[in-house]
Write a protein that binds this ligand. Sequence first.
Ligand code: F6R
Length: 690
Amino acid sequence: MCGIFAYLNYLVEKDRRYIINTLLTGLSRLEYRGYDSLAVNGDKENEFLIFREVGKVAALRAKIESQSTLDMNKKFLSHTSMAHTRWATHGQPCEKNSHPHRSDPNNEFIVVHNGIITNYKELRTILEKNGYLFESDTDTECIAKLAKYIWDNHAKGSKPTFTTLVKAVCKELEGAFAIIVKSTHFPDEVIATRRGSPLLIGVKTQKKLKVDFVDVEFGGAEAPAAVAQPKGNSLLAPINPSHPPMQRSQSRAFLSDDGMPQPIEYFLASDPSAIVEHTKRVLYLEDGDIAHIDEGELHIHRLRRDDNMSTMRQIQTLEMELAEIMKGSFDHFMQKEIYEQPESVVNTMRGRVNFDTRTVTLGGLSTYLATIRRCRRIVFVACGTSYHSCIATRAIFEELTEIPISVELASDFLDRKTPIFRDDVCVFVSQSGETADTILALRYCLERGALCVGITNTVGSSISRETHCGVHINAGPEIGVASTKAYTSQFIALVMMALQLSEDRISKTERRNAIIDDLCRLPQVIKETLALDNELKQLSRESLVKQASLLIMGRGYQNATCLEGALKIKELSYMHSEGILAGELKHGPLALIDENMPVILIMTKDSLYPKVQSALQQVTARKGHPIIICNTNDSNIPDKYRTIRVPQLVDCLQGLITVIPLQLLSYHIAVARGVNVDFPRNLAKSVTVE
Ligand code: F6R
């Protein structure tokens, strides 16, 4: 999705080169979210410089560097600036649709936005009728125009404050958004607010902060300061002239000992990866928070008090390291992330699995274990690869816990208005923790009183904050759009959850021990599998890169691997690929098989081996030549078949290993086809819109 980045320095002198560089680096960290980008930078009083470029951040950098008239050494003691990388939802990727969008040629209000304004057509119609001319095809532009409309309709002398104005704007917006607003009427101030899209604020000071939180300030219950019956239409609520001014408490955190504001820098972004190189101290905005930064102070406002929400926002410390979001010696983030799996799986288990005592302790679930064990069913909800990790672990979950499990795609779950009850446990699996469909499904289940558990990779994400309890998979930042290490870590997190839930079942002890013993072997076994890389590269070039289609078949525990492998192939190489449950072959897909149809068959040694052998015969009887993913110790496979041999693990963990050759194959096919592996077309890492 779109990425937002803003930088503010207050009493910390920086030259223009530094500011622009900070914006561009911030954008490049967010580049995996979008396609076209721009930077904004204030210059003289009440003047904004806006740079736009379609495509990569490097092109924007080159464009700015070519502006010979720009004094890059000009110093700013205090300054506000912002930038945006766009994933087009409304309007083509082109300069005119690039953010920030402005209210008018004088840039009275400029806005960068991540999300979708669902009522933008209605707003645009009303604003156009009132003489506001639109310049882009985006939904975002109506935010800037609306701000100006409200401003213009206030009589001189009774103009609203910046916060009050943005509150009035937000009241009219429907949909999901994170926005940052700047205005010539409030020169050195910035407002940032979110509803449904992520936004966090990094804070950098030389001196330690006095306290680690910011108090939330509450306005009156009524609409703060819309216009006095704006020129005869009902777009905005009538003004409440007696509305009391906002209570403005001091944000103690940012004051120095003498009570004066201290030099400070703020970094606002949709993702911590854009902030971590500047500061690790961050504050996550909650839905409905309106952050106002003025004269070095950060104030967080809300329209009204919400009993379920804390009245403080903690300033937290990011655990992520800069090196984790750099490619290092790898060609692509995806490649790096595939290769990180021997370590990322250890990080998922660290401090949780005791291999000596063969026990599992998930601290985040400890107080809820009894409730989960008593529930009448567990519903897994997720999208894409995260959904596949649920499919992969469903059988072992059912076997160990003996609780009925259903696995739901979040969008379909919502479309069906699936019945959910108080004694259900709903588990939301999401790498980003920000996927719109999964969040909506979570809120749906919260409303119905179910216990909601989050399995996410992103500390501070919406899903990790809004669920009752959960497990962070600790795979480290995943930047490549195609999910790889998050899949294996989600898989392990779900297996660990099943292991802990079944710890009181004596009858399962032997099975549990076998699983825990193989979890211990995982890092080594993954390394052995990664050693197949060259062989897989060769295979992809010789046999697969020119194909139009690829079928991946298996059954039982390997069904999820087939689905996940096919998803990786199609999203990265744009080749049609389908994961097929081998048991379904004769119910239709067999018609596709002939000597020209490429097939990969997963035939590892588990209880279903004989049945997969029969699928192999059905395929070869139709002149198919499948490539077989099998175990290293399997001597039953005739030499005529091309094989990819992987180490054997206990059946329910084998999918952690069989998926790796498919990740690597999809990577190599994509590279050979000249596709940008880290930014597949039309896709974004974090799908924050429905
Ligand atoms: C595929 C992929 C997507 C995501 C899906 C859910 O490689 O990455 O299918 O798995 O968009 O995203 P999260 O896990 O962030 O909820």
